[in-house]
Design a binder for this molecule. Sequence first.
Ligand SMILES: [Fe+2]
Length: 241
Amino acid sequence: MTDFFTMQPGETAAPLPDRPVLCTGSATMRRIHRFFLWAYDEAPGLVRSVQPHDTTRAEYVGEVLGNFDKLLHLHHEGEDVLMYPQLAERAPACALHVEQMLEHHRQVTQRLEAIEPVRLRWMTTADAEAGDDLAQRYTDLCTVLQVHLRREVTEVMPVVDRVLTEREFKGAGQHGINQLDKNFLVGNLGMVLATNPPADQKDLLREIPPPVRLAYRLIGRRMYRRQYSTLFPGRAIPETL
Ligand SMILES: [Fe+2]
């Protein structure tokens, strides 16, 4: 199986500065992008799994989708403030790539903003028309993400690894974590872990604040298993650490 993060014909990576690697940004980015790729691949089907007028399930599914959207927004916000300006300044030859990635982020933001009111309305009515609209919007968002999440890793991250220090890159990742409360993190960590191979799960857990890690082990893992089986009845639950 080919790695999802593989450059496609006609795509060119940003020029690599002649400097040593300073951080492990590429590896971290792959881990979080795997989660978003999974989440938005599932999103349209999750919406369609709700029968018209089943507001109980629409509310449940809609809240989970809202959590995906919140995580995606915070992920991009962290990069917009703490990664791309630094990259543009320290690797000026990357200017076109930076502009392209920021344009992808704008396309994602527009879609998330349009999704929000549709999602909230559908959660209270579960009507078929709103559900169809919402599912189509998530399909469209997924199409944008399939390109962006791949190209950011293949074309830009090798340069980020050389111009941001480990501490700076961690800071960009922490941006989101700092804005989410502990319960939110504990309740959503399982899904992020489950989309990664075991070695990456280990690294992911290392980046999580210790109290959240402990709470995940005590209650979060069970919450994840319950959540997964409610979202995808009958499917085997992917294992997590
Ligand atoms: Fe990213």
